[in-house]
Design a protein around this ligand. Sequence first.
Ligand SMILES: NC(=O)c1ccc[n+]([C@@H]2O[C@H](COP(=O)([O-])OP(=O)(O)OC[C@H]3O[C@@H](n4cnc5c(N)ncnc54)[C@H](O)[C@@H]3O)[C@@H](O)[C@H]2O)c1
Ligand SMILES: CC(C)[C@H](C(=O)O)[C@@H](O)C(=O)O
Ligand SMILES: [Mg+2]
Length: 358
Amino acid sequence: MKIAVLPGDGIGKEIVAQAVRVLQALGESFEYEWADVGGAAYESAGHPLPEATLKLAMESDAVLFGAVGDWKYDKLERALRPEQAILGLRKNMGLFANFRPAICYEELVGASSLKPEIIAGLDILIVRELTGDIYFGQPRGRRASPDGAFAGADEAFDTMRYSRPEIERIAHVAFQAARKRGNKVASVDKANVLETFQFWKDVVTEVHEAHYVDVKLEHMYVDNAAMQLVKAPKNFDVVVTGNMFGDILSDEASMLTGSIGMLPSASLNDRKQGLYEPSHGSAPDIAGKGVANPLATILSAAMMLRFSLDKAEQADRIEAAVKKVLASGLRTPDIWSEGTTKVGTEAMGDAVVAALAQ
Ligand SMILES: NC(=O)c1ccc[n+]([C@@H]2O[C@H](COP(=O)([O-])OP(=O)(O)OC[C@H]3O[C@@H](n4cnc5c(N)ncnc54)[C@H](O)[C@@H]3O)[C@@H](O)[C@H]2O)c1
Ligand SMILES: CC(C)[C@H](C(=O)O)[C@@H](O)C(=O)O
Ligand SMILES: [Mg+2]
């Protein structure tokens, strides 16, 4: 089985190196092929998603991805900016279903900025639609405003849109995921204001009534959902939402786990092919310092074993190893608290590899 390894930029390189070490320690004979992506590919090949990188990703059984982006590319034309690489991979590979599980490990209850009783035992799953919404809707651009109070002034616009099949397929994914967990789905929308999200709500309701009446469904506006996520996050089980709301809510949910460095993700298409990446970015502020938390990426590698490579037992081994390491008191700075031992990225990788062997 072939794994495309795309570390990308900033801390992407540091954390992916640790995840690959952990995978290699499993004793499986995976084939790894590395390629540049994002800013690194712009430097080496003049494009954030060179054809060779895309081809490699499409041909592989799974993609292990770090992160892309750096402030120094912010002035490039949009098509050449590093972030286009991850968007292009998602679109070209048809990775419409993004799973972002927010689990608060017992040992990290003290690392969160929330009160322990709010987050202890937390286990929620954000199912984010990943190839539609305002991220990809056309038209978009800049122009002289054609009408209204500011006619003639410069303006910019994007288009929010969802088609019925796009909503139906992500709704099926969410309801099916819920059946394997707490049997509850919260569909997050902005139906009170946006036509796109009234349609979203209507279609999710139809899918529910036709196929999943055994699953409890509630609808929630995104502003309320953002508030409920910090007020009473354990009331959620599966949260299903569109691309942009899912982006924002998953970063919010990451702080329920202690740190964004703990939130893994899996992005799947309908062929079980997947891209696995931490939910966070390239963290230019800490890149090169050896302090990034590699656990979100290591846990993403576990999701890869489970969802794309049919190696659920190996996924369990990695997750158990991560728990052991946390129980032993080792912490990267983002999850450090009084009484625990601060370690860097590589030492955290070392510890997970060692725990696998125990
Ligand atoms: N999928 C991706 O590749 C992806 C995702 C998000 C952001 N980005 C890009 O990353 C760049 C930086 O974006 P940002 O600063 O808004 O978000 P970010 O997620 O990179 O960082 C936000 C904050 O979280 C911290 N952080 C993130 N990951 C961490 C880890 N593993 N361990 C410890 N601390 C961690 C950072 O130090 C920073 O303070 C931008 O170019 C952005 O577009 C890429
Ligand atoms: C870098 C960016 C395109 C990306 C997104 O918005 O999807 C990131 O924030 C994420 O959450 O994976
Ligand atoms: Mg994001």
